[in-house]
Design a protein around this ligand. Structure first.
Ligand code: FES
Ligand code: FES
Length: 192
């Protein structure tokens, strides 16, 4: 059957109208869907209520929902340690940890390490004093991991420090200065 130009145009218009109606129906469906449930996260001593999809990691909750971007996303696969935070005092890879699983626990990030008056934690000061970073991208994770390393009692020798900090990679290879910084902080933290 051969269609006239007018018939082709009106068929196209009808198809467009049907498509628009379909899109409107889907938008209404989505609007009617309940949003993600709200979860309470204790971050750096403050409880924050955050609507979270159950698949969101602690890393993305911190960076994308709470805008705490000090915790870095390196590999996002548990390989580099850039995302290290402390949860109930233990070091954790935040890229591999679901945020909903840490509700009720204490999350400490690099933003919460200094005193409220701005005095740096001995580990932060030591990284500055020993020049323990170059680009600085790995540094928040290194510092959080180093704090736990000292508290675990795994910083008595250089070999211990290297072993127990081996999960934190530094692409700039600032390793000798990182070890020096941890030794400086260890002495201050033990004296405290
Ligand atoms: Fe988590 Fe690399 S970003 S281990
Ligand atoms: Fe650049 Fe460690 S200081 S990655």
């Amino acid at each position: 059957m051969k269609l006239t130009r007018r018939e082709v145009l009106s068929a196209g218009t009808a198809l467009l109208a049907a498509g628009a109606e379909g899109r409107a129906t889907r938008a209404e469906d989505i609007a009617g869907t309940p949003g993600p449930a709200t979860h309470s996260l204790n971050v750096n001593g403050a409880v924050r209520d955050v609507p979270l999809d159950p698949r969101v990691t602690v890393l993305d909750a911190l960076r994308e929902h709470l805008h705490l971007t000090g915790t870095k996303k390196g590999c996002d696969q548990g390989q580099c340690g850039a995302c290290t935070v402390l949860i109930d005092g233990e070091r954790v890879l935040s890229c591999l940890t679901l945020a909903v699983s840490v509700e009720g626990k204490r999350i400490l990030t690099i933003e919460g390490l200094a005193e409220s008056d701005g005095t740096l934690h001995p580990m932060q000061q030591a990284f500055i004093d020993q020049d323990g970073f170059q680009c600085g991208y790995c540094t928040p994770g290194q510092i959080m991991s180093a704090v736990a390393c000292v508290k675990e009692g795994h910083a008595s020798t250089d070999d211990d420090i290297r072993e127990y900090m081996s999960g934190n990679l530094c692409r700039c290879a600032a390793y000798p200065k990182i070890v020096a910084a941890i030794k400086q902080a260890r002495d201050h933290m033990s004296a405290a």
